[in-house]
Write a protein of this length. Structure first.
Length: 241
């Protein structure tokens, strides 16, 4: 069984897991609460708010500026055209932003996230995530875990907020396209890019945490898998507050 909205701006709550197989929105601006169960939600066109709730949901935002919360469960979420904001929630989620400058958050779980075209912001959250920015000048944050990251075409920013988050693999770092690695200097305790060093043989990127007593501890934070020749820690790493 399926439930359909009208061609106006609908606001409805449907407990799909108990009663319905699918929920269809409209070409207006819809608010959809799927709640518990494994739901199929097709919002269609319009600027929609979609709340997946618990369960393994399949959600398609369609055209429009959509706001989507997957909730608990292993969700498949597709934003569609325009600039969408998507939160996967708990679970191993599959998220596709589509066209537009999207804000995509995997949150907890081992997530797969595609930004698509546009200037996307992608944050994997906790877990060993797989992130792909696609075309455009993207911002990519692996978060906690050993993440695999593709920037794609464009001047991409790869952010690291802690030396304890894991070792991320960056598949396609290209300084010729304007790619940069951004380091939160306060959480790292970094005072200079001279504390970072790059091994061109294995692509490893390391941080040397020098203590006040002169001792040091070395942390690997990333692998630049394509081993970019000429990578410079002074030119290609940026310290930010």
């Amino acid at each position: 069984m399926a439930i359909y909205g009208t061609n106006y701006n609908d606001n409805g709550t449907w407990q799909n897991g108990k009663y319905y197989a699918s929920i269809y929105g409209t070409n207006g601006s819809d608010v959809i609460y799927a709640l518990d169960g494994n739901d199929n939600v097709y919002a269609l066109n319009g600027n929609d708010d979609i709340y997946g709730g618990d369960g393994n949901d399949y959600i398609v935002g369609g055209d429009g500026y959509d706001y989507i919360l997957g909730g608990n469960g292993h969700d498949d979420i597709y934003g569609g055209d325009h600039s969408d904001t998507i939160y996967g929630g708990n679970g191993n989620d599959y998220i596709v932003g589509g066209n537009g400058s999207d804000s995509l958050y995997g949150e907890a779980g081992h997530d797969i996230i595609y930004g698509g075209d546009g200037y996307d912001y992608i944050n994997g959250g906790t877990g060993n995530d797989w992130l792909s920015g696609g075309d455009g000048n993207d911002t990519l944050i692996g978060g906690s875990g050993d993440d695999t990251i593709w920037g794609g075409a464009g001047a991409d920013k790869f952010y690291f907020y802690s030396k304890f988050e894991g070792v991320d693999t960056i598949k396609d770092f290209k300084y010729s396209e304007g790619d940069k690695i951004y380091i939160d200097k306060s959480s790292f305790g970094a005072t200079s890019t001279n504390q970072f060093f790059y091994n061109s043989n294995n692509g490893g990127l390391y941080f040397d945490a020098k203590a006040s007593d002169g001792t040091s501890s070395v942390y690997q934070i990333a692998i630049l898998e394509n081993k970019p020749v000429g990578f410079s820690t002074n030119l290609d790493i940026v310290l930010v507050a």
